[in-house]
Design a protein around this ligand. Structure first.
Ligand code: B12
Length: 242
């Protein structure tokens, strides 16, 4: 077995040792050619980069995509406070540990990618589909065979070209479904037959306006606010093993 096959297999196994994590590998250029980049106009995203955006490892070839199970009975994983969520903080911690491990065990350089596109992140749902973690459902979310849409994503950029995981075949969770995800939307963001971001965004703006005061203060002495995002399209979905 080649050095890179071994690194890929061991990396996926290492990531999956963490409770509730599944992982796959995909060629980064395939993701950059994918549907979301085409829809969003890749050039626009590049032009839009924040000056604080991370610079990618030069010539990086692969991505490790991680899905973290987000059980519906743990809504706090998605609550947004002090600029982040608990679920995302856990994924960031795991990413850092995997980068260190990959360098020590295989002398392969990797880099945790940020969440936001403007900060240098990638479109994670596309990456996850291509890495074999699920398919895109009628709710425009990644659906995983066991977890349905109840997951959060994160990626590591890897310097070397590691062999890619195979996309899923024969997983069609939306076939014959009555689409409760779409009727659950309080903004009717799927009313036109496809997901409309501007409608969805209105609801998330309202969620932000309705942030709760935690009673804590940050270093600057300002109140720490907590936002609970609308997740109706996610929570109404019946895909996966509930
Ligand atoms: C910006 C953003 C938002 C914006 C805009 C969303 C949008 N879709 O445009 C707002 C704030 C509105 C939002 C809302 C939500 N988001 Co959001 N969001 C993101 C972010 C940062 C980028 C997504 C984006 O801009 N996509 C670009 C547009 C062009 O594409 P799109 O609408 O997603 O549609 C594309 C895909 O569906 C894809 N596609 C469709 N079919 C197929 C088939 C194949 C084979 C492939 C490869 C791709 C593909 O192509 C479409 C474009 O043509 C990602 C994290 C990331 N870095 O990727 C999280 C992310 C997508 N969001 C997530 C979540 C959970 C939500 C919300 C439920 C709110 C919440 N609790 O956080 C809602 C759900 C909205 C919905 N039903 O899509 C999760 C999704 C997890 C999952 N199971 O899929 C992500 C991955 C973040 C995370 N924490 O893991 N989000």
């Amino acid at each position: 077995m080649s050095r890179h096959h071994l690194a890929a297999q061991e990396l996926i196994a290492k990531a999956q040792q963490y409770e509730g994590i599944q992982a796959g590998i995909v060629d980064v250029n395939t993701v950059l050619d994918g549907p979301s980049y085409r829809a969003a106009d890749q050039k626009h995203w590049q032009d839009d980069h924040d000056e604080k955006a991370v610079s990618w490892l030069p010539g990086a070839r692969s991505l490790l995509v991680m899905a973290m199970h987000h059980p519906p009975d743990q809504p706090q994983l998605d609550w947004f406070e002090r600029g982040n969520t608990a679920g995302n903080r856990r994924l960031q911690r795991i990413s850092g540990e995997l980068v260190n491990w990959l360098l020590q065990a295989h002398r392969v350089h990797a880099q945790p990618l940020p969440y936001q596109l403007v900060m240098g992140g990638v479109f994670l749902k596309d990456a996850a589909v291509m890495a074999g973690l699920g398919v895109i459902g009628k709710n425009n979310l990644l659906l995983h065979p066991q977890w349905g849409p109840s997951l959060r994503l994160r990626a590591l950029l890897i310097q070397d070209k590691l062999p890619s995981s195979a996309p899923l075949s024969d997983f069609n969770p939306c076939q014959g479904c009555g689409e409760p995800c779409r009727s659950a939307c309080p903004q009717d963001a799927f009313g036109s037959g496809r997901y409309l971001r501007t409608d969805c965004m209105k609801r998330l703006d309202q969620d932000r306006d309705n942030s709760e005061d935690t009673g804590q203060t940050n270093k600057k002495g300002n109140p720490v606010m907590l936002t609970k995002w609308c997740r109706r399209c996610e929570l109404a979905c019946i895909a996966g093993e509930h």
